[in-house]
Design a protein around this ligand. Sequence first.
Ligand SMILES: *Cc1c(COP(=O)(O)O)cnc(C)c1O
Length: 471
Amino acid sequence: MNAQEFRQRAHQLVEWMADYLENVEQYPVKSPVKPRQILASLPAKPPHDPEHFDLIFSDFQEKIMPGITHWQHPAFFAYFPANSSFPSILAEMLTATLASQCMIWETSPAAAELEEQMMEWLRQMMNIPDDWVGVIQDTASTATLCAILTAREKLSNYQINEQGFANQAFTVYCSTQTHSSIDKAVKIAGLGKQNLRKIAVDERFAMLPEALETTIQTDIAEGKRPLCVVAAIGTTSSTAIDPLRQIGEICQKYGVFLHVDGAYAGTAAILPEKRWILDGLELADSYVFNPHKWMLTNFDCTAYYVKDKEALIRTFEILPEYLKTKNDNQVNNYRDWGVQLGRRFRALKLWFVIRTYGVAGIQAKIRLHLDLAQLFKQKLEAHPDFEILAPVDFNLICFRYKPLIINDLEQINQLNTQLLDKINQSGKAYLTHTKLNDVYTLRLVIGQTQVESRHVEAVWDLILEKVEELN
Ligand SMILES: *Cc1c(COP(=O)(O)O)cnc(C)c1O
């Protein structure tokens, strides 16, 4: 392909992209394909001879699109969103075109300095403490791994990096509701899953600080070294909020590293009326939230903030001869701020998004989502056969269908499993589930870029229609 053909194809694809996003509601939200159906449609061998772009693009439309779940569909209410926006997509086009490898400052000074400034803008927007600094990571899972590794190094005086483990018995703490990325990070960091303590939660699914403290004391008494607590601001199951200030005070008392996981709900801190969710953050050591979930920015873009930049860098620093430059003291070389060496230019899409919407525009979106969640909640409250199963502090509603006449837990769980299948098979909306105290729970998250009240009305009608069919 030469530049002239590229130009022509690029225009063609942009037309397709705009059509797709304008008409995304025509697609079934959740892909209906069967396992390995797409694979069966793909040639077993790579092409020996060049193929024509028309053929490649028509195969994309015919073979690939049916196997796509439409995350940008306004009726995508599943998991947490990975929403995007027009300015973000445009920036991704430029990033792909530049295709710069932004591992150190010299390999693209603008990428490093724009990243530094975007992390500073976001810090101000979210009211993160003044003296913290941020770095973009690929995912929250990676950021949490960085936090646990930093805790390991800082509390071992950087000895594990040097000598490996001797007889240290470190322990890590999170609530029973915390995301699986903590289990994964504990495994990767070599700490051992049996040293991860899952602390009990209250009726709002928030960590019980008293239980945390007792567990830490027991571990100390048994000769363990409490290393790190991971507190969640918005758990994945139900967006529960752990009591940050109380947990922070406990961590300070016992010299434990505190990492705060606000991967999804952290974006809400852009609203003055939601700032309280980060109350006590100054007592923590690091914080993560994902602009790639709820802040209109294409995956991947995770904002990771630390109080002690030196500790982070000391944990990850490498300095082989071929990476040394004369500017190392004046600039940020982000290869030393995390796991990967090579890095995409991810700050550009944040710059485009924040400037296009303005802080006020992003706030308006987030506020709309929170209001729509209240609208849906009111519908549930007004109906005798539905039950809300967790506080609605953000835009996730945890609920179930529970007809008054049925009381058997298994039977109700079964009904809700069937209800979810029926909703998702309709192609008109996509919801997922979780379990809260053994109760099969439907999760509905209202965080799409283009979601409006009519979509919330429609999903409610759909749920009622499917309930009718069940009976
Ligand atoms: C989504 C989520 C994660 C993981 O995010 P990735 O960026 O996909 O790694 C971690 N913690 C919480 C609370 C989440 O909701």
